[in-house]
Design a protein around this ligand. Structure first.
Ligand SMILES: [Zn+2]
Length: 447
């Protein structure tokens, strides 16, 4: 295709927001130069005042294929992602069947993904009771790291691990030098049997059943194990601000621990959630307004460095819209196509800028997934992955914009700031003004 120059007055580079020309050759960024330095042979694409961000990276997505493609799938998940400005996602080892807990399951996933992906992707492997013999082979086969649950996952094929299970698995995990992503809640703090007769149509019942203490105690346990085994620990979807201080001191003491949170914890608040509104159900739950502000403080202080969607859709009947029962409804919020405007709407009000967005939603997740030599930055040598973003435009979320298989979302009806105009994957347009272009060109990134 020859040399191209992508011009914008607002290119988001690791050095900050500035007018620049990004020189692209084939699939790669060759260099970032000033507009005056563009070689005369280059074909120009001038985006004017629209911002040019690195393609977003989501390291926490449930694609559910193979096995539960009726919930979501490679095609619909990567289309929702491309529409949201993402160019790379990493798939969780559940809720697909088989769960990605050994190499043959990983191969089944690769077969399912073949020819379906609009953007690049990678796979996390699972750590479940008794599969420690599979940990090293999974790394050799190319997973980017591992995921485990300290509470029941809601999926029978993916069992939770106890401290004892972890002590069997962690020496292997440590040897791979890949991260272990942990769903950090402890079961003994969850309201279960004893809350059977409570009114589960109320959001407050769901909230009470999964208290912040469950997260805090689980994180405390994982930090101890991190000290004992020296593996890379990553806390997924932190929902409580109460663990931030402990995480900050662990980091200050030199432990390799990273933390993510999600758009729903940063934008929504328990006080605003109506009874029976099970589209808001996720675990851990969306907590109070003051807690939400505490999480923003965690981002400001740098304790939380990653924002990912935890995109976890399901068919409508599983959310039980009729009954609105928070105990039985599926827990999961899908937001790939709207996460960027959700976060930008909140971040702008708090004085953050697009460089913060690029760090939280692209650079740091790419580091976690180990693809940071190719993804996560607009810089020479990186993949030519971009989002063209109109950061001032507003739009109202409607179900047809979601692009996921089942258009269920707590964001429907909300007016948000920032519109994804175009998404480029390795130099090619994959999404433009509401349309996907060409056939899927996404590839798997392997470690
Ligand atoms: Zn998840």
């Amino acid at each position: 295709m020859g040399l191209r120059a992508f011009l914008s007055r607002r290119v988001v580079t690791p050095e900050g927001l500035r007018p620049a020309a990004v020189l692209v050759e084939d699939e790669k960024i060759r260099a970032v130069v000033t507009p005056a330095e563009v070689p005369s042979a280059a074909t120009l694409e001038d985006f004017g005042g629209l911002a040019l961000l690195p393609g977003l990276v989501d390291s926490h997505v449930h694609i559910n294929e193979p096995g539960r493609a009726e919930w979501e799938g490679f095609r619909s998940a990567t289309e929702a992602a491309a529409a949201g400005g993402y160019t790379m996602l990493v798939d969780m080892p559940l809720n697909c069947i088989p769960a990605t807990t050994n190499v043959s399951a990983l191969e089944a996933k690769r077969n399912a993904a073949q020819g379906q992906c609009r953007i690049d992707w990678g796979a996390w492997g699972g750590v479940v009771p008794g599969n420690h013999e599979d940990i090293l082979p999974l790394a050799q086969a190319g997973v980017l790291g591992y995921k485990c649950f300290l509470v029941p996952s809601g999926i029978e094929e993916f069992r939770m691990v106890t401290e004892q299970d972890l002590r069997a698995a962690l020496p292997y995990v440590a040897r791979t030098r890949l991260p272990l992503l942990v769903h950090a809640e402890l079961p003994e703090f969850l309201g279960g049997f004893n809350m059977r007769d409570d009114d589960w149509s109320q959001y407050s019942t769901h909230l009470r059943s999964r208290p912040a203490e469950a997260e805090v105690a689980a994180i405390r346990l994982m930090l101890l194990l991190c000290r004992d085994y020296g593996f890379r620990l990553h806390i997924v979807h932190l929902a409580t601000g109460l663990a931030l201080e402990m995480l900050q001191s662990a980091r200050a003491a030199g432990l390799a621990v990273t933390v993510e949170t999600c758009p729903h914890y940063l934008h929504l608040e328990a006080e605003q959630i109506a009874d029976r509104a099970t589209q808001y159900k996720c675990a851990p739950p969306i907590r109070s307004h003051p807690n939400r502000e505490h999480l923003w403080q965690g981002l400001k202080d740098g304790v939380i460095e990653i924002i990912v969607t935890d995109h976890s859709p399901c068919p409508e009947f599983m959310k039980q819209p009729g009954e609105g029962n928070f105990r039985d409804a599926w827990g999961g919020i899908a937001s790939l196509s709207v996460a960027l405007p959700v976060i930008w709407t909140e971040a702008k009000q708090r004085g953050f800028d697009l460089t913060d967005i690029a760090r939280w939603m692209s650079e740091r997740p790419a580091q976690l997934a180990g693809c940071h030599a190719r993804k996560g930055r607009i810089a020479g040598g990186y993949d030519a992955d971009f989002v063209v973003f109109d950061s001032d435009a507003e739009f109202t979320v409607t179900s047809d914009r979601l692009c996921q298989r089942h258009p269920i979302s707590p964001y429907i009806g909300e007016t948000l700031r920032g519109v994804v105009k175009r998404t480029y994957l390795r130099g090619g347009i994959v999404f433009q003004d509401g349309q996907f272009s060409g056939s899927p060109t996404g590839r798997e990134f392997r470690q």
